[in-house]
Design a protein around this ligand. Sequence first.
Ligand SMILES: *Cc1c(COP(=O)(O)O)cnc(C)c1O
Length: 382
Amino acid sequence: MSEQATPPVKLRASVLAAPAYKQGAAPTKPGFKLSSNENPFSPLPGVLEAVAARAADSNRYAGAAMPELRETIGALFGVGPDHVALGAGSVTLLFQLVHAAAGPGDEYLYAWPSFEAYPSLGLASGATPVAVPLTGTAEHDLDAMADRITDATRVVLLCTPNNPTGPALKRDAFDRFMARVPSDTLVVLDEAYREFVTDPGAVRGEDVLTQYPNLVVLRTFSKAYGLAGLRIGYGVGSPAILAAAASVAIPLSVTGVAESAALASLAPEATVVHDERVAELVARRDALVSALRELGLAVPDAQANFVWIPEVAAGAAAAGQGGSGQGGTELTGVPNAQALAADFVEAGTLVRPFPGHGVRISVGEAESLPEALRIVHAHLAD
Ligand SMILES: *Cc1c(COP(=O)(O)O)cnc(C)c1O
């Protein structure tokens, strides 16, 4: 809101001071949009038909309970439908959970850099965001996070794999962390990219859910299922926590079309294609990581559908402090994330810069890989 003219009515100063949400611009032909971690594939077979059929009922409100979808999702976690909440994107559930748990004077904790929505979640509730820097390998610093928990901490957000950097939390590190979190403090495991995880040591929501009553797991249909535009995600956890979150929800925000699309996406016929597509995106991701490391870049472990190129200060780059590579080659980062992103824009392709931290490149169309590598290579040669 800060760039707007003075509003004609009294508004909250904290809201007026907040930066406006900026969505990335559209790419120019023949470039690619690699800036929002979207799925390059269209919705799964059967989904558009289900959407078209359901759209015919658009004059009616959808039934808010959506029991079949909650039952289907619950079965994937081995819990009943009362342990499942739906939201218009999992970011909606994040917002509700923070609002249900944290108000003025309370704190909520997360790693940084992480999901860009986290800092503003407390804006409307009045809770104070507390960001704990990632480690040098772009992972959650769980010890530092546990140290930072106080009586004021009401929610801890864990993003795994971490958007924008890529590494997933390990199961053993997660269990050690949970042992240090008060059992009456809400922990949210944001697994928006769960389907792309290939590290067998990574924590999985379904494995730990019953062990920790203070844990809520969030997943979405926006990324691996390719339904970003339809807005549907879900949370799994204690029915009492989810009921509190529902109390602060905007009613009826999950549409019937989104419900039908989600159900069709989970159908057995769709699941086969889903698994093939995820495997293809994982293969492209791994190829992109290898190629970028061959260019000398210290790309951290990538467990989602994006890769991270860190920014390193010029002096550190010269001294090779960005991490060490195979065979004595020092891996490093780029000196200026925004300059690299600007080179992408120039070429018609969009990536997401995090000024001072690095650049995130989403794994997109097969043809986007050589193009991304070409741009990075030219940038490094400059
Ligand atoms: C994309 C994303 C989400 C949720 O997106 P929705 O479209 O609202 O479901 C949640 N968390 C992280 C870390 C994400 O990157």
